[in-house]
Design a protein around this ligand. Structure first.
Ligand code: TYD
Length: 318
């Protein structure tokens, strides 16, 4: 079930389009009637809840869209489970996919653990924190079987080019300025998307009910170092003299309330379920760059129309 808003794209699901255990339904999780209709039709055993507005910069322009999708959407889904499952809770599961951003911002030391107090600072992270609280409230109040995971920044193929890595790859390819917020000193912990998916699969099948699991890459990068690395990789791939793409770097006004550092302690997941990231970051970035260079049509399709308007609002009119 997907609302297919600006970043949703059925082309991303082409490889499973004909799978016998797959059915697509267009719909908005915040729409109670539509959600109830699907519960009635399919009698789900489990809900794996990925749906969210996820881009911090957009949340700064339109916070209420985040409240609607992330807070109301999650509450509607939880409530549909409560109503349709009633007391038949054996082998049922509500899995909530969340983010490390609910924990707020770290200084130069320390890591987020599952016990770190919530301290969200952007409308996006506040909306995800609220949704996490509703999930735990349904567990404690109604005994709904829930599990959630909180992951660090993802990267990989099919990533919508409003996020740092695909935006930079696209701009390097098109010789456009590379907008680095503030001084580029902010730190993120990057995880290959397929490692995240592998962790979700594992937790979904073997995680403990009522628990949360942190997922992270053990892979912290300052934004500016990451952008420079991408420039080096792309100079090679595009046969440009070394140093060419880095000349495109442009420092721009900082994001308001910009969290300094995120870093995850994923020890619980490692100890309980044996998960660790599988892919070296530089190799992952090369694969990601190759995917974007080989899928220019995909990028061109998703960056036309509404993307152009967003880009102007975010970067050209400030
Ligand atoms: P982003 O991909 O938006 O993820 P998040 O804010 O959820 O961590 O941004 C990653 C980092 O890159 C973040 O510190 C903000 C920074 N950034 C830029 O410097 N320039 C950009 O154009 C974007 C989109 C992000």
């Amino acid at each position: 079930m997907d609302a297919l808003t600006y970043a949703g794209n059925l082309e991303n699901l082409k490889d499973i389009e004909n799978a016998p255990n797959y059915i697509f339904e267009k719909g908005d999780i915040a729409n109670e009637e539509r959600t109830a209709e699907l519960f009635a039709r399919y009698a789900f055993d489990a809900v794996l809840h990925f749906a969210a507005e996820s881009h911090v910069d957009r949340s700064i322009y339109d916070p209420l869209a985040f409240v609607r999708a992330n807070v109301m959407g999650t509450a509607v889904l939880l409530n549909a489970c409560r109503e349709y499952w009633g007391k038949q809770l054996k082998d049922k599961l509500f899995y909530h996919v969340s983010t490390d951003e609910v924990y707020g911002s770290l200084g130069s030391e320390g890591l987020f653990t599952e016990r770190t107090p919530y301290d969200p600072r952007s409308p996006y992270s506040a909306s995800k924190a609220a949704s996490d609280h509703f999930v735990m409230a349904y567990y404690h109040t109604y005994g709904l079987p829930v599990i959630m995971s909180n992951c660090s920044n993802n990267y990989g193929s099919h990533h919508f080019p409003e996020k740092l890595i695909p935006l930079m790859i696209n701009n390097i390819r098109n010789n456009k300025p590379l907008p680095v917020y503030g001084r580029g000193e902010n730190i993120r912990d990057w995880l290959w998307v397929e490692d995240h998916v592998r962790a979700i699969d594992l937790i979904f099948h073997r995680g403990r009910i009522g628990e949360k699991y942190n997922i992270g890459g053990l892979n912290e990068w300052k934004n500016i170092d990451l952008v420079r690395l991408l420039c080096r990789i792309m100079d090679k791939k595009l046969n440009r003299p070394e140093g060419t793409s880095a000349k495109l770097i442009a420092y721009v006004a900082d994001r308001p309330g910009h969290d300094l550092r995120y870093a995850i302690d994923a020890t619980k997941l490692k100890n309980e379920l044996g998960w660790t990231p599988s892919l070296d970051f530089e190799e992952g970035l090369e694969r990601t760059v190759d995917w974007y260079l080989n899928n220019e049509d995909w990028v061109n399709r998703v960056t036309s129309g509404a993307y152009q308007q967003y880009y102007e609002q975010q970067y050209l009119k400030r």
